[in-house]
Design a protein around this ligand. Structure first.
Ligand code: PLP
Length: 408
């Protein structure tokens, strides 16, 4: 037997069945027209935002990193909840504009920005988080050609990284940002060129569950921003402090202590060095805002035995939920939280392997999991599916095509 990850606490049973947004899974599937289906809960996202606002200092803006989930209705819903949107491609810029975000609320990071993407962003008035000197030069050239002062910030590749983060994106040789020691010269150059200087973006990692590690990193981010600004003799109108707030996916993962983070940040804000006294601060979060609000529902199409093991074969799989299969940046495969949705209140009574419909041994949704007795026609729920699900999985693999999505 292998443990399952923890089901997010907000999910309840109605008449024994998993409910999302107060509605039974089977009813949601019927309304959507079938499985596989991603369901995202407005109430869960709103509650998460409310708790976060309560924990963080008022001065701290909260941005949504839309790569976590770019589903249109969800993006529109987020627009009323967050203070800004972080994008990482021209395609995301188009989706953001369609969802009603204002250009000045949007910042655009990410390596490999094409000239066409830079042009669209500069023309719209979106802030660019520059990833290199080359990109800075191209942005300044495009701004000159358009007769527009581009809004420019520098993404810093800091000399430190976040302890215990699931995916490291700072420290050492990285394709992201400009190495710390070259930042002051570039900042000076951008200001002297007459661009609209916006400040720094310092992103150090993702999926951290250790509040102390995040507190330590945020302190280093503030120190670094202050030092770089002083060296360059520039102001810091805006500082994107990164994010990295994680969610519990696996057995023994504990929820992040956000009140500790908020309290430490409030202390730091109370004693800022003069160079940061007027700065607007932001964090950018993806999975923390939406990850636990989503459930992936897939129907069992076969139940079979092999060498004493039971397999529940579903109509979905890794082509929609790559991360749950263990193939999206994990070293050792562990089980996400999984349940039989229409038997949510029932006792676990047998060990089964839940697999997808793809003809590859990689397509596993739960290994050796204890679940209630389930049969053909029952619904499997994979939790923590609100981030890096539909848009981060190879939906075309084996000709399967995309899942349905729904915001309730
Ligand atoms: C991926 C990414 C995020 C979002 O990460 P989460 O772990 O989903 O919060 C935020 N900022 C940048 C720069 C990223 O690359």
């Amino acid at each position: 037997m292998k443990p399952l990850g923890p089901v997010p606490p907000q999910f309840e049973a109605i008449e024994g069945e998993l409910a999302v947004g107060g509605r039974k899974a089977s009813a949601l599937v019927r309304e959507a027209g079938g499985t596989p289906l991603f369901v995202y809960s407005r109430a869960a996202i709103a509650a998460r935002m409310e708790a976060l606002r309560a924990a963080m200092p008022e001065r701290l803006a909260i941005h949504y990193a839309m790569k976590a989930n770019p589903y249109g209705p969800l993006l529109e819903f987020m627009a009323d909840l967050v203070d800004g949107l972080d994008i990482a491609s021209g395609g995301e810029l188009d989706l953001a504009r369609e969802a009603g975000y204002l250009p000045r609320e949007i910042s655009f990071a990410g390596p490999g920005k094409r000239d066409g993407e830079l042009t669209a962003a500069i023309r719209a008035g979106v802030t660019l988080n520059l990833e290199s000197e080359n990109e800075a030069e191209r942005a300044l050239d495009i701004g000159r050609a358009l007769g527009v002062a581009p809004r420019l910030a520098i993404r810093v590749n800091p000399s430190f990284e976040m302890r215990g983060s699931g995916m490291k994106m700072g420290g050492g040789a990285k394709p992201f940002g400009v190495d710390e020691d070259r930042v002051p010269a570039l900042a000076r150059q951008i200001v002297d060129a007459g661009a609209m200087w916006r400040g720094f973006h310092i992103y150090t990692g993702s999926q951290a569950l250790d509040a102390e590690a995040i507190i330590e990193t945020q302190g280093q981010v503030l120190d670094t921003a202050a030092r770089l600004a002083q060296e360059a003799a520039v102001e810091v109108p805006h500082l994107n402090m990164g994010g990295g707030f994680g969610i519990p996916y696996f057995d023994k993962d504990r929820p992040l202590n956000i009140s500790a983070i908020g309290a430490a940040l409030a202390e730091r804000f109370a004693e800022l060095p003069p160079v940061l006294a007027e700065t607007q601060f932001a964090i950018e979060l993806g999975r923390y805002l939406v990850g636990e609000a989503g459930v992936y529902l897939t129907r069992i199409v076969d139940r079979k035995e092999s060498h004493g093991a039971t397999f529940l074969v579903c109509d979905g799989g890794l082509h929609h939920q790559l991360a749950a299969s263990g193939n999206f940046g994990t070293v050792v495969r562990r089980n996400y939280p999984v349940a039989i949705a229409n038997k949510f209140a029932a006792e676990a009574e047998e060990e089964v392997n839940v697999v997808g419909c793809l003809c590859t041994p990689l397509d596993r949704l739960a290994d050796q999991a204890m679940l209630p007795r389930a049969d053909v026609g029952d619904l499997v729920a994979v939790f923590c599916a609100g981030a890096y699900g539909a848009s981060a999985s190879p939906a075309s693999f084996l000709g399967q095509g995309p899942a349905r999505e729904m915001l309730v």
